[in-house]
Design a protein around this ligand. Structure first.
Ligand code: UDP
Ligand code: MG
Length: 345
């Protein structure tokens, strides 16, 4: 078993992966500990997988898993954590935004007994709008969420073996790992580092994706939005009741008033809005239950460092590409058959 495992989700990172890899190995080797690097290719559309195949075939310490399509960073991290065998596991991005030179510092803190060591980035060099929105989001999250999520504490962290096992024991399919990491608890050390810009390639997190991620985070860790909806409904009902009594009293005292269309419409529209919002919140939860109840795997594996070599001899349709003697068509060989992918539950 290696002492350290590094888990790296990669999606379209062919521009940086080589630089990243050399930097990482350059940091790990001087520590004098045994290590493995677990790359997860999240269905990249570029040459990331080819790079990983080459790295893995040149060095037995390098392993990789490649997905059949893009399943998202959360699934990629999960696959990496499942692959990792080390006593301490470091999760980091492939774009050098998580500086590898911080790893020795993390290992040192691990030796002091911390089960989770988190590198927390500042927001230097980031757009003002994005910074503002993120800050507001974290404020909101702190108010609402049942677990604590710290601004800037992303996925660059070291986990002890028992912390990894705890994460892997959580079965949900909607995975919001920032929340999961916090939920499992254990002693956590946090240290800040200066934000670095992406070495090459592009960020995969546009505004819409971030918003969806934010909604996921808020909803996957609490049922307070539901509670809020119920509270709002109750308050509105009470105010409507008071208002109705007031109208009745008015009629009793002053006789029939001019019919108040404006009030009526306002109340209807207001209530309509609240109802739709509430339904939306409930719908989100029902959707989540539906999603969880399907119990689908988090990802489908296309190949790994173990299966890669056999798969590489086959075309995209799963048939052998190597021509057989005599020009006979390639048939699936015995019980092995064409191995297109491997299911990983
Ligand atoms: N990533 C991934 N799957 C995705 C999107 C991103 O595995 O669907 C990886 C990506 O290759 C990188 C890390 O997640 O290693 C962080 O992505 P990115 O740098 O785009 O995010 P940002 O740093 O802008 O938050
Ligand atoms: Mg990045």
């Amino acid at each position: 078993m290696p002492q350290i495992s590094i888990v790296v989700p990669c999606y379209n990172e062919s521009e940086v992966i080589e630089t990243f890899h050399t930097t990482l190995v350059g940091v790990l080797e001087p520590t004098g500990r045994s290590f493995e690097i677990c790359y997860v290719d999240d269905g990249s559309g570029d040459h990331t997988r080819v790079h990983l195949q080459q790295l893995a075939s040149a060095d037995p310490r390098i392993r990789y898993t490649s997905f059949s399509r893009n399943f998202g960073k959360e699934s990629a991290m999960l696959a990496g954590l499942r692959m990792a065998q080390g006593d301490a596991v470091v999760v980091m991005d492939a774009d050098l935004q998580h500086p590898p030179h911080l790893i020795p510092r993390m290992l040192e803190l691990r030796e002091h007994g911390y089960d989770q060591v988190v590198a927390q980035r500042d927001r230097a060099g980031e757009g003002a709008v994005r910074t503002g929105l993120s800050r507001a989001y974290y404020r909101l999250v702190r108010r609402f969420m049942e677990v604590e999520v710290i601004d800037g504490a992303g996925d660059f962290r070291l986990l002890s073996r028992r912390a990894v096992d705890a994460i892997l024991a959580l079965p949900e399919s909607n995975r919001f790992s920032k929340g999961l990491f916090s939920w499992i608890g254990f002693d956590t050390a946090t240290f800040p580092y200066e934000n670095a810009l992406r070495a090459a390639g592009q960020s995969k997190w546009g505004g819409r994706r971030l918003l969806n991620y934010g909604i996921d985070g808020l909803l996957s860790f609490n049922s307070r939005p539901l509670r809020l909806a119920v509270h709002t409904g109750l308050w509105l009902f009470l105010s409507a009741l008071v208002y109705a009594l007031w109208i009745v009293a008015n009629v009793l005292v002053d006789g029939v008033d001019t019919p108040g269309y404006a009030t009526l419409i306002t109340v209807m529209v207001g209530m309509g809005g609240v109802q739709i919002a509430t339904l939306g919140v409930i719908g989100e939860y029902v959707g989540r239950i539906y999603h969880e109840s399907k119990r689908r795997p988090h990802y489908i594996v296309r190949e790994t460092d173990r299966t890669g070599r056999t798969d590489r001899t086959r075309g995209s349709d799963g048939r052998a590409e190597i021509p057989l003697p005599g020009g006979a068509p390639a048939l699936p060989a015995g019980p092995v058959g064409p191995r297109i992918g491997e299911r990983n539950w």
